[in-house]
Design a protein around this ligand. Structure first.
Ligand code: ADP
Ligand code: UDP
Length: 237
């Protein structure tokens, strides 16, 4: 398997072609952005942590029956994945109110829901990833009705698996963002990443934030938090 030309450079990762048209290489950077790219910075070592954490969690999900794009870790920062056509929806699952939910609805951060919630954002940087409902997503042909049902089923199952795992690590899974894509046969798989960039993870005892919120809100100890959450994962995987 050979690394070919760069196809895309995003905010946190670069995507490379390979000599197999069905496979891509994801290369994780230390660059961090927040608030739709308004805030920019570097989190030293983040790329390595996000690569390894995402790969460990995707392998755990595969074992539990969730199809993912993961193929093989190639290096500290590089992973071979199945190429998908990304469904342009950010799928957000929440167990506890925080972030944009708290802001939008005036619900205090930390309010625990009896049942998890799912919401979708339309993945479109120019529009600032606006909230979108299922009818709109179907009307815009972003995904078929049945695909949305599959995505919701996978998202809730992923939440159950990840919540239980992080609980063993002494960590509360507050919320997270998923992206799904279609393989060439049309089947839906989990793509992109699962990392402290895309999840809110709080220490179960102290409530300390061990995720990108430390960067978003200048809380300090950003690198230490990424290392700590990785240490917890490594000890419990
Ligand atoms: P952004 O595009 O938001 O700046 P990234 O820097 O994380 O985000 O870039 C990674 C890009 O690769 C994202 O647009 C994501 O949707 C896309 N992607 C993730 N996994 C796959 C995959 N398996 N196949 C094709 N594209 C993918
Ligand atoms: N999230 C993400 N990418 C985005 C928006 C959100 O990974 O473009 C994640 C975020 O890290 C959090 C969850 O999705 O774990 C919910 O984020 P929220 O809607 O509260 O948005 P925020 O205010 O954090 O941007």
């Amino acid at each position: 398997m050979e690394k070919r030309e760069q196809l895309y450079e995003g905010k946190a990762k670069k995507i490379f072609a390979t000599d197999d048209p069905q496979l891509l290489i994801i290369d994780y950077k230390d660059d961090a952005t927040a608030f739709n790219g308004l805030k920019k910075g570097t989190i030293t070592g983040k790329g390595i942590i996000n690569n390894k954490m995402s790969n460990s969690l995707m392998q755990m999900l595969e074992k539990a029956g969730i199809p993912t794009h993961f193929v093989r870790e190639l290096s500290d920062r590089e992973t071979l994945v199945k190429k998908v056509s990304i469904i342009p929806l950010e799928v957000i699952v929440r167990n506890i109110a925080a972030g944009s939910f708290s802001k939008r609805y005036g619900v205090g951060e930390g309010f625990r829901f009896d049942e998890p919630t799912i919401e979708f954002s339309y993945k479109n940087d120019e529009l600032g990833d606006p909230l979108i409902n299922e009818y709109h997503a179907v009307a815009m042909k972003l995904a078929a009705k049945e695909e949305i049902e599959t995505i919701k089923k996978y998202a809730l199952r992923i939440n159950e698996i990840l919540k239980a795992f992080w609980n063993e690590c002494g960590v509360t899974l507050v919320d997270f963002k998923l992206e799904f894509g279609r393989l060439s046969d049309g089947s839906i798989v989990l793509a992109d990443e699962i990392s402290p960039d895309t999840c809110r993870l709080w220490d179960s005892k102290t409530g300390e934030k061990l995720d990108k919120d430390r960067f978003r809100h200048d809380l300090g100890g950003v690198e230490d938090a990424y290392q700590e959450i990785m240490r917890r994962l490594t000890e419990n995987i």
